[in-house]
Write a protein that binds this ligand. Sequence first.
Ligand code: ZN
Length: 164
Amino acid sequence: MRLAVNDINREPLGTASVDESARPSSITLDGGCRTILLQWEGALDEQGRLRRCPVCGCREIFRRQDFPQRLGLMLVIGTIIAAVVLIALWQVIWAMGVLLAAVVIDRIICVFTRECLVCYRCRTEFRDVTIDGSHEAWDLATGEKYRPIRRIETPRQDGPCTQA
Ligand SMILES: [Zn+2]
């Protein structure tokens, strides 16, 4: 599996590849600067499906489209600007065409993007994992349960990375 690891404050720490069948107790993030401890107790079920975040131990994870969020935001903003400009120029048919094209592009991107699993607490993302109907999509009530209330101080790693 491929991990995009965040700390408990949901700050990105880095990425790493993990052979979940080996269940390593620690991983070194890409770049070699930081080592993360993993807790595999209950993280995988008998079928090898992820059930628990091995980074923070959270028991709840959700599935989502692995859609590049910046691309989605740019698509929405570009569509709104184009539609407003076209409506201001009394080109309502073209404006509707732009809106329809944006919907079609969005659906095409969704068809070709894969899904990933995300930890509710730390928001670490897990790619190249088995995802099936037992993994549920984002749930607002569960998300609120893990909404950060205050920043948790964690030891900082000072100084530049000395390894390539
Ligand atoms: Zn987590």
